[in-house]
Design a protein around this ligand. Structure first.
Ligand code: PNS
Length: 159
């Protein structure tokens, strides 16, 4: 069985993430979306909330599961016998750091990284920008799944 992982913070999942996960699900038999548990980074959504949103928006693909991990991604890959990491590349600015991580992950454990070029519709899109725009009342309805949009609207309205 060909397995791959799409790792990230997903705080929250955007249509850019979803595009990559969907395309990966057509190439691999099984795709795991792995949410990084990062206690040093402040987040809008808890890991459980991020996983719940991801589970709902990826349910239609059939071969996608959602999990969380902490520590090194390559250790997660080894434990789950996943040989490939799939990442989206939005712009050349992503490339430098992504190349370093891909080379490190290959050097550490022989885990391969497959880069997919992001749909140009989403090349400017990041979870951080979505949160900032939503926080100040901007319209992010075309940038995130409907479920996430509803959740963001409710969360931003909280005092
Ligand atoms: O969505 P993000 O925050 O850009 O995702 C980054 C992520 C989770 C893919 C990356 O930070 C990661 O793999 N972290 C796990 C820790 C690790 O393996 N670090 C060494 C990378 S070479």
């Amino acid at each position: 069985m060909r397995r791959a992982v799409c790792p990230g913070s997903f705080d929250p999942v955007t249509l850019g993430h979803l595009d990559i996960v969907e395309r990966a699900s057509k190439i691999y038999d099984s795709v795991t979306v792995a949410v990084l548990v990062n206690k040093t980074k402040s987040s809008l959504y808890t890991v459980a909330e991020r996983m719940a949103l991801l589970t709902q928006v990826t349910a239609e693909y059939g071969n996608v599961r959602v999990d969380s991990f902490h520590g090194l991604l390559v250790d997660y890959c080894k434990d789950h016998e996943i040989p490939v990491i799939v990442k989206g590349l939005r712009a050349i600015s992503d490339f430098d750091y992504e190349l370093q991580m891909a080379q490190m992950n290959h050097g550490l454990a022989g885990v391969e990284t497959l880069f997919m070029t992001t749909n140009p519709l989403y090349s400017f899109l990041s979870s951080s920008l979505v949160k900032e725009v939503a926080r100040y009342g901007g319209d992010v309805s075309t940038l995130v799944p409907e479920l996430v949009h509803t959740s963001l609207t409710e969360r931003m309205a909280r005092p």
